[in-house]
Design a protein. Structure first.
Length: 666
């Protein structure tokens, strides 16, 4: 949702200079190249009884089938040529109050900075209006959100854009275009297709069946339960390996698992239950249920948001696993049976099946590739270009988080990782301009280690200190390792830990902390043997000889780069924008980008009608638009949108540039 505005503005900022020529085939009424409805016509939603009209010139209305590709819970929305977005989200939450709804929804944006907030009347009903900004992966966004309840349904009317492009006056037209209609709200049936294939660091879904190498659980969902993957999974719980939703009951289900390998896991279980009680209050005993053939006692928690949680903690096969569901307390009579029906489809993998799955997961390529504003993870190596620090992943199944996700647990973290199968967790922190106190920071962590063991070393010409030991946290014994160095005027420190009961954790910690590197230079882009390589976004092209290269990246792009080459009137451009968080569907994303560019060319630059065709870029499907004086080629891969722009060049130059593109794997 948040990066959508940045991406749209990036596309609108990049266009070759060409002569005016009207496009008789302009398609300004379409949202994607394949849209089959007029996006300027009002939306009449019979299920939730509302009407959405065009907020004004330059706006397009998005029906549910398109808006949900961008904002999964939305039922309608809109986008403007100026990069403003709007969405309407409706959830059935019986028993909810407006105050509790504000608390529940606000928790989803912990980094929000309030500008305005108060109670209003909206669409004839009591409502809460909030204007706030949030810094998300290098870009600042401004939001206008209106919440209100109608019958048993919570409505959110949300509009947003990049802060510098989104004054309040630009956000207000969208909620003004929303109104309620008469009639009974009947809700809807979730008609999204089931997830049949998906990949995680330690799990996979194939033919609709989930299998985890950490918990050893397998599941084939029943009824109206639907898997949550990609951004939906992260939004529900970033630590969960499995999550589903049952829209019929507004219920959710999740599995969170960590390894302990051997020994008594009672301390870990006690720590989990203590944390749950702290966050959700004293529980009440519920009942014992079978989970994969194991008897698991569940506790019921009541929260101050009208939601109810059932949580079971199971142990065995070297893992401690939380199995939980939550739902509006008022739907308990239908939500709990649906949860129990889901559990009937859960089984446990045999040792041989789990070993085979692990080898299968280790053999995958390209599952983990991420980029943040100043760092990237590519080819099993993390690179922090701002601080010139690297971390190389040992062999294993590691789930890594960069940027904003890394800072969730530590404000100075540039990388966080978890490898439950290896029984190790870690984060890499950079304390800027504080390199003189590296010893103080090191001892603030290692000073409490029992049986502390220190060692000095030199890595890439930089003096480093490593310390290993163990200590108890909440009655659980953990092994720790930390490595620190003063580098570039900063303190760089990595801490890794895992349960001491695991026989593999000491070796895992050692391998993790020895992966930190301190290169003297870590350039984001290089030119070698005539090839331009972008190491940040993992892409390269043959550099045209005799052409002048420049970085023409618009400031609106929070994560991405536009490199341009010019010679006379000729222009060649390579754009890569991180699209993760915009949509998890590459084909839809590419189609949306194609339509955005068609509109731009027709309405602002006024090129002729393009020839549209399918192509390939380095073996991946692409969309090609050929105008009389320009060519565009678009593809989406590894959560990034890549576009080639070729203007005022002959066909041979364009073809060489296109065919030279390669994705980098190191």
């Amino acid at each position: 949702m948040s990066r959508a505005a940045a991406l749209l503005l990036a596309l609108l900022s990049l266009a070759p200079a060409c002569k005016d020529r009207e496009d008789p085939g302009a398609t300004g009424t379409k949202v994607t190249a394949e849209s089959d409805y007029d996006a300027t016509q009002p939306i009449e939603d019979e299920a939730f009884r509302f009407r959405l009209v065009s907020p004004g010139p330059g706006w397009k209305l998005l029906r549910k089938q398109d808006m949900r590709r961008m904002l999964p819970d939305a039922v309608a929305g809109a986008t403007s040529a100026g990069g403003i977005f709007g969405g309407v989200i409706v959830e059935k939450l019986p028993g909810m109050t407006l105050d509790k709804a504000v608390t529940l929804v606000s928790a989803n944006v912990p980094q929000a900075v309030a500008e305005q907030e108060g109670e209003i009347t909206f669409a004839g009903l009591p409502a809460h209006r909030a204007v706030f900004t949030a810094e998300i992966e290098g870009s600042s966004f401004r939001y206008l959100r209106i919440l209100f309840l109608r019958d048993d349904y919570l409505y959110q009317v949300l509009t947003w854009g990049i802060t510098s492009k989104a004054p309040l006056s630009a956000l207000e037209p969208f909620p003004a275009a929303f109104s309620l209609t008469e009639g009974e709200i009947r809700g809807e049936v979730d008609d999204r297709p089931p997830v049949r294939v998906a990949d995680g660091a330690t799990w996979q879904i194939r033919d609709g069946k989930f299998q985890s190498v950490v918990s050893g659980l397998a599941l084939e969902p029943s009824g109206t339960w639907r898997y949550l993957v990609g951004q939906e999974l992260v939004q529900v719980n970033a630590e969960a390996e499995l999550a589903l939703t049952d829209s019929a009951n507004s219920a959710y289900f999740a599995v969170i698992s960590e390894r302990y390998e051997s020994g008594d896991p009672a301390g870990m279980v006690a720590t989990i239950r203590s944390g749950l009680a702290t966050n959700m209050g004293t529980p009440e005993e519920e009942k014992t249920r079978s989970v994969g053939g194991k008897a698991v006692p569940f506790l019921r928690y009541h929260t101050d948001t009208s939601l109810e949680f059932l949580v079971g903690v199971m142990t065995g096969d070297g893992a401690v696993t939380q199995v939980l569901t939550w739902y509006p307390a008022a739907t308990r009579e239908t939500s709990v049976p649906a949860f129990e029906a889901l559990l009937t489809g859960m089984t446990v993998l045999s040792a041989a099946e789990r070993d085979a799955l692990r080898e299968q997961l280790l053999a995958r390529k390209g599952v983990v590739k991420q980029a943040a504003p100043t760092s990237a993870f590519l080819g099993e190596q993390f690179r922090d270009f701002q601080h010139e620090v690297t971390w190389t992943q040992p062999r294993g199944l590691y789930d890594v988080h960069l940027g904003e996700a890394a800072r969730a647990n530590s404000p100075n973290a540039v990388l966080s990782l978890q490898a439950p199968l290896e029984a190790v967790y870690a984060h890499l922190e950079v304390l800027e301009n504080d390199g003189a106190r590296v010893g103080f920071f090191h001892d603030s962590i290692a000073g409490s280690f029992e049986d502390r063991r220190d060692e000095q070393d030199i890595v890439d010409g930089v003096n480093v200190t490593r310390s290993f030991g163990h200590q108890s946290q909440g009655g659980v014994d953990f092994r720790y390792g930390t490595v620190s160095a003063a580098h570039g005027g900063h303190t760089v420190i990595m801490t890794a830990w895992g349960p001491a009961t695991s026989p593999t954790v000491a070796d895992s910690i050692d391998r993790v902390v020895r992966g930190v590197g301190f290169p003297a230079r870590l350039p984001e882009t290089t030119v070698k043997s005539g090839r331009f390589i972008d190491h940040h976004y993992g892409i390269g092209v043959e550099e045209p000889a005799g052409w002048a290269r420049s970085d023409a990246t618009p400031k609106e792009i929070g994560q991405g780069r536009f490199t341009q080459w010019k010679k006379g009137r000729g222009e060649l451009g390579l754009l890569t924008v991180v699209s993760q968080g915009f949509s998890d569907e590459p084909e839809w994303m590419a189609s949306f980008a194609e339509q955005t560019m068609r509109d731009l060319m027709a309405n602002r630059i006024q090129l002729g009608k393009p020839e549209s065709s399918a192509g390939t870029l380095d073996g991946y499907p692409s969309r090609r638009l050929v105008y009389p004086e320009a060519q565009l080629e678009i593809t989406v891969r590894d959560s990034s949108l890549t576009m080639l722009i070729m203007a005022n060049v002959d066909t041979d130059v364009a073809d060489r540039f296109r065919q030279s593109l390669r994705w980098q794997h190191d």
